[in-house]
Write a protein of this length. Structure first.
Length: 367
């Protein structure tokens, strides 16, 4: 809605100054041409089976934060079969400007025909970003065969960043997900939990976009809150989850460190956690706060910007930097349910790549 309103304002502004229809024709043609060029380069990379050529099209931000990008690109190139006969499609775009700094997003939607198969492919990218040039380039590609797309149970329901093949034809059952999680050392499911979650899922309105894998992880990692004593105890099921709009706002970062520590009591044995809220304006929900802890015979301090009861994700990012610098080959990986639930794992990269490939849940190193 916001993008649509911005677009309307732009159109209206040009109309008022007497801009001709030819201007808009050139503008839309230019963006369509750019999208066509990107699609052509993707097709060239496929025909040449050149993973590096395709990887170069991705933004630096994507290449830094997208776990398993090389493997995903290899899978993408292997997914398409046959010689390219033709491709055609459309693009949508949205732009915003903040004090002269412009940001433009392109969304390409293409139909690809080979001598063996027909495909539907979408891609998302930033064509310009004055504020953060690292964003320029692709950040998402999804492709499926025309047959898959036309099937009754098919939906495009992929995370915001990544490379995806085949779309989401039908979500796995909670029982199937529990078995997959168990193979990745995520425990805690039981028959009653599975039954209740399946019943809740059946009662959801059809228009609600819902990720069952993220929901099950949320339940397994949310811990237990004692509302009478205002204390929280994490579970130890191999995953930690939290609502980024914290309930226990007074101790939100203490609880966060406690939750992360529950992922591996031996390796993440944070001690003497102290949270300082003396610089918080509770009435206005502004200011800053710090949390200090000891680990590996060193003392660390993380600083958070206060915005009401919302968690500052930079704290999670900085903690991961510390863990990567002073720990072993393991690190934190983050995921989201698509709404406001944060999902945290402490694993090595090989585990993360395999887990997200099997579950379709995107894991990132930084938020």
């Amino acid at each position: 809605m916001k993008k649509g309103l911005l677009f309307f304002i732009v159109i209206t502004s040009f109309s008022l100054v007497g801009c001709s229809a030819g201007y808009f024709s050139k503008w839309f043609h230019s963006e369509q041409k750019e999208a066509d060029q990107i699609c052509q380069q993707i097709m060239d990379a496929y025909e040449q089976q050149d993973s590096e050529k395709l990887k170069e099209l991705f933004s630096e931000e994507s290449k830094e934060n997208m776990a398993g990008l090389d493997e995903k690109i290899a899978s993408f190139l292997a997914y398409i079969h046959g010689n390219i006969i033709s491709f055609e499609g459309d693009c949508a775009s949205s732009s915003e400007s903040d004090y002269g700094k412009k940001k433009t997003e392109l969304n390409g939607m293409y139909h690809i025909i080979t001598d063996e198969e027909r495909y539907c492919m979408n891609f998302d990218m930033y064509s310009e970003d004055d504020e953060n040039p690292q964003n320029i380039g692709l950040y998402k590609i999804e492709i499926a065969t025309e047959t898959e797309v036309n099937s009754e149970k098919f939906v495009w329901d992929n995370p915001e960043m990544g490379v995806f093949m085949g779309g989401e034809k039908m979500q796995k059952s909670y029982k199937e997900l529990a078995e997959i999680f168990s193979n990745y050392d995520i425990q805690g499911t039981n028959a009653q939990m599975i039954e209740e979650l399946e019943q809740d899922y059946k009662e959801l309105p059809p228009e609600v976009i819902f990720n069952k894998a993220a929901m099950l992880l949320t339940v397994l990692g949310q811990g237990e809150f004692d509302y009478e004593n205002m204390t929280w105890t994490p579970y130890e099921n191999g995953v930690y989850t939290f609502d980024v709009e914290f309930f226990n706002v007074d101790n939100m970062y203490t609880d966060f460190l406690t939750g992360v520590s529950s992922l591996d009591r031996e390796e993440l044995d944070f001690k003497n956690i102290q949270e300082d809220t003396s610089q918080v304006n509770w009435e206005e929900g502004t200011g800053k706060r710090t949390v200090t802890f000891e680990w590996k015979d060193k003392q660390f301090t993380l600083e958070a910007v206060v915005v009401d009861d919302w968690f500052d994700v930079n704290v999670a990012n900085e903690l991961n930097k510390i863990i990567k610098e002073y720990g072993n080959e393991k690190q934190l990986f983050f995921a989201s349910d698509g709404y406001q639930e944060g999902i945290v794992f402490y694993r090595d990269k090989k585990w993360a790549d395999a887990f997200q490939m099997e579950t379709g849940l995107e894991l990132v190193e930084y938020n």
